[in-house]
Structure formats: C-alpha cells, structure tokens
Design a binder for this molecule. Structure first.
Ligand SMILES: Nc1ccn([C@@H]2O[C@H](COP(=O)(O)OP(=O)(O)OP(=O)(O)O)[C@@H](O)[C@H]2O)c(=O)n1
Length: 495
C-alpha cells in the first residue's frame, strides 16, 4: 500500500506530457493560422495589350502582372508578342480598311492567350509612331481614315479598348526610357538611370538624365517625372526622318539631286543593282520638297561598297555646324553632355547584332573595319553567305552600320570611351525594350509617384518571428508554472 502511494507521489510525467502535447498543438495552431492569414493569395494575373503601330510594321504585346500587386515594381512582364503580317498601318493610306484587317490575326491570338474571364477588364491600347506622324503631316484625312478602320477592327474584340492615337516623339522617347529603367529595377531602388537610344524606321529617339540639364535650356526637350518618390528631369529628343528607312531616303535624295538615271551608291555592295522609282522615293514628307525637276520615272540604284565614301555621304544628311545652344547634337537641336549607361534598341540592335558588333568593348576602329569589310563584300556573295536573311535587310546593313556609327559618334557625340557605356539590347528580363511597356504602365497608373509602403518584415522573416515567439512563450509558461505542476503531482494521493 505504501509502495503504491510512493509511486503515485513521484510520477509527475502524465501531467507534464499532457501540458507539452497541448502546448505543441497550441503553437502549431497559432503559427498555422498566422501563416495562412498572411500568405500571399494564390497568384491571379491581370493583363494589358499594347499595339505598337510603327512605320515599318505593327507588333502586339501582351503584358501580365499578379492581380494583387498592381503597384509593385518590376512585376509587369511581357508574355507574348505577335508580329502583324504586312507593312505598318501608315502604308494603307489609299485602302484604310486593310489596315484594320491586318490586325485581326494578332488580335485573335491575343483573345486565345488572355484568359476569357479577364477579357472585359483587359485594357487594349494602340499607339502609332513616326509613320503615322508623317502620314498625318502629309494627309491628315488619310491618317484619320486609317485610325477609323483600325478602331473599327479593335472594337470587335471583347477587350477594354482605350483608343488609338499618335504618340508624340517626346512620348515615344520618354516611355522607352521608362521601360528600360522599370525592367532593370532602377526606378524603385532610386539607382542611377540608364539612357535610352531607339532607332525606328522613321524616327530616332535619345533620352537620358544628365546632372547638367535642369530643363532651363531648351525646355521643349524636358520631361519631368516623379516615380517611387524620386524626381527625374529627363532630356529627350526625337528626330523625325532619322529612323533607318527615312534616313536612307535622305541619303538617296542627296545622291539624286540632279535627277540621274543611275547612281553609284558607296553604301551598297559592289554588284548591287535595283530600279527605284522617283515617285516612290519622294513620296515621303522627309524628302518631298527636294524632288528634282524633270526626273525620269526611275533610276538604277547600284553599289560600290566603299565605307569611307559612304560615311561622307551619310554625314551630308546631318547639319553638324548650326547650334544656338551651349551644346547640340545635330540640326541645331540642343543636347546636354552625355552621362551614364545607355541601352540601344530596335534597329540599333538588329543592325549591330547582324554585324556581330553588339559587344561595345570592341574599339571603334575595329567596328569601322568590320562594317567596311561588310560593305566591300560583293552582293552575290553577301546573299550566298546569309540565305536566311531578308534580302532587303541584307542590302541595307552596310548603310545602316555606317549610319549608326555616324549618328552615335558625330550626331550624339559618343567618344571611343563613352561608346563602351552603350549596351545594344533587344530584351530585358524577357520583355522587349521599346516604348510600349512604359506607355501601358503610365496609362494604368502602375508606377506610383511615391514609394509604396512595404511591410516591416519580409514574409519569411515574419514566419520565423511568429514561430520563435510562440516557442519562447510556451517555454516561459512551462518554466513559470513548473513549480505549481510539480507540487500538484507530488501531493500525496490516498488511494
Ligand atoms: N531584322 C531586322 C528587322 C528590322 N530592321 C529595321 O529596323 C527598323 C524597324 O525598327 P522598328 O523599331 O520596328 O521601327 P518602327 O516601329 O517600324 O518605326 P518607327 O518607330 O520609326 O515608327 C526598320 O528600318 C527595319 O528595316 C532591320 O534592319 N533588321
């Protein structure tokens, strides 16, 4: 009897085990509830569609971002791009309905790609650039008719169509800069920004922040932003007619001043020969006022492939002498001193990639040698060496290489040192560099002026904190009530 009593007096374990089990259950329940309550919701996505109606072609971009994170940086990504078949919408001036029709295939693709339940809320924008700027200057009723046709087509889709409009050159430059810096996460972190160099078919843009530009000299080149709590004073300029295709028209116009029947163009390969109609060449407002009197119907465009002579003709399409400001790029346009890194995209990338010159640590002397050797290659050999490349592009890369080099070094004043600060890019983190993403972010208010409030702890830190605190609390309770439980378990029990 006394042995049995002794055993009951000395065994505190059943009570302690029950306490520990209850404690563990409470901790697990506490942590689970806290974690579930604060867990990011299962990812639902929102979508936005932008049509880039460029001078040479139209492309449709689909962007996607987590539905809960509209305001967070770096979260909007390009998920799909569709290249519209055929030329840019400005080429349909004489049959505008075809402009609308040309977009249908890519729009149907977008309808497949964006989940059906998101269609109605998905914003759809069409922005037209230099091709439509030129058509609007030349024939505004034709450009209106093209927009009407395009809008009619876009209205037939279930998206939230926000309209079609021409972007100003300044908008095109500024939104390209926003895209590049947003994708590289430089805006939210307030890092030094990257400049943007965009070479299109009909215009070219340069945009950068320079500490010696406050907008007071040539205010028309200034765009100010407040993004994530930082103020930016951006310098931007768009040169209409200095995109790759229109610059080539300037070059040909320069060589046909006297209405010749044949020109020997140093920017085209030896053996190259193509008939070019005078009316086709001079239909653009970039050159229409220079059409020579009494020109025949066409001229024979032949090549000699001489890079040095090509550079001379290319230089002649710029005015490097006139400048009423402290510094100019060309044609009397103000430009502050270059500063920082630059991303060069669109045709800059296509051309330099083709020529294997995207590595800007290659010295400029070597760059010239490479372009020079490409220009001197006979046309038949060029076509033989690159069977998969469009013949039109192949023929133009000699001119385009010389043009890009002249534009960058003599136009924008990049030196052999600052040239190394340029990066020729197509995509950043999977999204194309260009104005479209910046345009959509702006119109959907997805970049806040002020930095968003962030939680004091990251999610993983929060989970660890709750767990450690719950365990500590439990240990504390056990320790502080230990004496009480021991006393209870030691109290003699008379059985
Ligand atoms: N593989 C390629 C693809 C395109 N291009 C050239 O790149 C230019 C098109 O650039 P893009 O940015 O698409 O211009 P657009 O948007 O059509 O023109 P813009 O912005 O001036 O309206 C055209 O001159 C085209 O000849 C090229 O040289 N090589």
């Amino acid at each position: 009897m006394s042995a049995q009593r002794e055993m009951k007096e000395k065994n505190p374990w059943p009570v302690t085990i029950i306490i520990i089990v209850i404690g563990v259950i409470v901790i697990v329940a506490l942590v689970t509830v806290a974690v579930l309550q604060n867990m990011p919701l299962s990812q639902k996505y929102k979508y936005g569609i932008v049509l880039d109606a460029g001078s040479s072609h139209t492309a449709l971009y689909i962007y996607e971002w987590p539905a809960e994170k509209d305001n967070n940086t770096g979260r909007v990504q390009q998920t799909h791009v569709c290249k519209v078949q055929g030329p840019g919408i400005s080429s349909y001036a004489s049959e505008p309905w075809k402009a609308g029709e040309s977009l249908m295939a890519c729009m149907q693709e977008a309808q497949q790609r964006v989940p059906g339940k998101r269609h109605l809320e998905t914003p759809l924008y069409l922005g037209a650039t230099a091709g439509m700027r030129l058509l609007n200057m030349e024939n505004s009723s034709a450009s209106d008719a093209v927009f009407r046709a395009v809008e009619r087509s876009l209205h037939t889709f279930p998206f939230n169509f926000q309209g079609a409009r021409i972007l100003s050159g300044q908008e095109e430059g500024a939104f390209g800069w926003v895209t590049v810096n947003y994708l590289a996460d430089r805006l939210e972190q307030g890092l030094e920004t990257t400049g943007a160099l965009d070479l299109g078919g009909a215009s070219t843009q340069i945009s950068f922040v320079s500490s010696n530009y406050d907008g007071s000299e040539s205010p028309s080149n200034s765009v100010t932003f407040r993004l994530y709590g930082n103020n930016y004073n951006l310098y931007t300029n768009s040169f209409l007619c200095y995109g790759k295709d229109q610059a080539m028209k300037l070059l040909l116009a320069q060589q046909t001043l006297l209405a010749p029947k044949t020109i020997v163009d140093p920017c085209f390969h030896p053996g190259y020969s193509e008939a070019v109609s005078y009316s086709g060449l001079y239909d653009s407002p970039c050159v229409s006022n220079r059409k020579p009197q009494g020109a025949p119907e066409a001229f024979n465009h032949t090549g000699s492939g001489n890079f040095l002579q090509c550079q001379d003709v290319v230089k002649s399409i710029f005015n490097f002498t006139y400048c009423k400001y402290s510094h100019c790029s060309f044609n009397g346009v103000f430009q502050p001193l270059l500063q920082g890194h630059f991303g060069a995209f669109s045709a800059y990338y296509f051309v330099m990639d083709f020529l294997n010159l995207t590595d800007t640590s290659i010295p400029l002397t070597k760059v010239k040698e490479v372009i020079s050797s490409y220009c001197a290659t006979p046309w038949d050999e060029v076509k033989r060496q690159h069977p998969g490349v469009k013949v039109k592009y192949l023929a133009e890369y000699c001119f385009a290489g010389a043009y890009i080099l002249t534009l960058l070094t003599e136009g924008y004043n990049f030196t052999s040192d600052s040239y190394t600060q340029i990066e020729f890019i197509k995509k950043i983190k999977g999204s194309d560099a260009g104005w479209t993403l910046g345009y959509m972010l702006n119109l959907t208010n997805m970049i806040p002026a002020e930095a968003p409030d962030s939680p004091p702890l990251p999610y993983a830190g929060y989970v660890s904190f709750v767990t450690v605190m719950a365990v500590l609390l439990f240990v504390l309770v056990i320790v502080s009530t230990r004496r009480f439980w021991l006393r209870c378990s030691k109290r003699p029990q008379i059985v």
